[in-house]
Design a protein around this ligand. Structure first.
Ligand code: CU
Length: 151
């Protein structure tokens, strides 16, 4: 009886410690806005573009024509949103770092999109330039595209 009570209070203390730990991390983030944070930084503290309100839809397809993005080559402006929309098949969206040398702030590789009309919104916080993206399962089959980001 006494033993299990000790266990309980140990657990309670651990939970408290975890809770405090989490809070502490948040607080220290708030207190050091100038510190570069590699992990949290990509979308939160990157060079966030002013939203334009424009949404550019790009379909992901598997059909008789093959596996492809539609359009596969297009232009956006900083602050637009690219809305990848699954039409058919199972696809991912990957701005492969190796194929975008020197580029920063690339969006992380997406999960697989599997449900028809499932969407993936990517806010365009990229510096002006041309960017490559691909679908990982179908890259070898030519499922890739380029987006030109303009100021
Ligand atoms: Cu694909």
């Amino acid at each position: 009886m006494k033993y299990s009570r000790n266990i309980l209070s140990f657990i309670a203390v651990s939970v408290l410690a975890v809770a405090c730990g989490g809070k502490e991390t948040e607080t220290s983030n708030d207190q050091t806005p100038s510190a570069p944070s590699a992990t949290a930084g990509t979308s939160a503290s990157g060079p966030v573009a002013t939203p334009t309100g424009k949404i550019v839809v790009v379909e992901l397809n598997s059909d008789a024509q093959g596996n492809y993005f539609k359009p596969a080559n297009f232009e956006v402006h900083r602050g637009d949103i690219i809305r990848f929309t699954l039409k058919s098949g199972v696809h991912s969206v990957h701005f492969l770092p190796d194929s975008n040398p020197g580029k920063t702030n690339l969006p992380p590789v997406s999960d697989l999109l599997q449900l028809p009309n499932q969407t993936l919104d990517i806010p365009v916080n990229l510096a002006p330039g041309k960017y490559f993206f691909q679908c990982d399962p179908h890259a070898a089959l030519g499922m890739m595209g380029h987006v030109e980001v303009e100021q």
